[in-house]
Design a protein around this ligand. Structure first.
Ligand code: UDP
Ligand code: MG
Length: 154
């Protein structure tokens, strides 16, 4: 099973879409292994969006990411990194396919509701950036046997 990092951005919190997005992730079969609300510091945003710090829009992005707290989540599932990226949809909500979270609820390139790790390597780095080991829980539910075939449970 893979683990991936999700942030529900201020754009999701302000619009009251936390429950809707969470519900989609749960219904897909992803297991929440960590979840907390945090106010992002300058340092955390600069590390998380290091690939964007030199972009002209970075100051606006930083302000948008600090407008409210965010909800950080670590979810687990088979091929979870790719699945959550696909469920999030293309970066720009106007280009995102209907049926994706951004495609259904965002009309903006910046206010696109959700962050999802883009590779297994980055997922591991990002989970460690946002969570301490004791904030992540290793548990099983009976649902696992309903969600997966026996030979998929690893
Ligand atoms: N972003 C933006 N304008 C752009 C590209 C990115 O405002 O032209 C913002 C947007 O909120 C995006 C975040 O910066 O989600 C991180 O950009 P990235 O290219 O990593 O996209 P993502 O992985 O979130 O799809
Ligand atoms: Mg990205």
């Amino acid at each position: 099973m893979q683990q991936t990092l999700i942030l529900l951005k201020p754009s999701a919190i302000e619009r009251g879409l936390v429950g809707e997005i969470l519900s989609r992730l749960e219904k897909k079969g992803l297991l929440i292994v960590g979840m907390k609300m945090i106010q992002l510091s300058d340092e955390l945003i600069e590390a998380h969006y290091a690939h964007l710090v030199n972009k002209s829009f970075f100051p606006i992005l930083k302000e948008a990411m600090q407008k409210t707290p965010v909800i950080a989540m670590c979810v687990k599932g088979k091929e979870a990194v790719r699945l959550v990226r696909e469920m999030a949809g293309a970066t720009n909500g106007r280009n995102a396919t209907p049926g994706t979270i951004r495609g259904d609820y965002s009309i903006s390139a910046m206010k696109n509701l959700i962050h999802a790790s883009d590779s297994l390597t980055n997922a591991q780095i990002e989970i460690q950036r946002f969570f301490t080991p004791n904030e992540l829980f290793n548990y099983q539910t009976v649902m696992a046997t309903a969600l997966y075939a026996f030979d998929e449970l690893n």
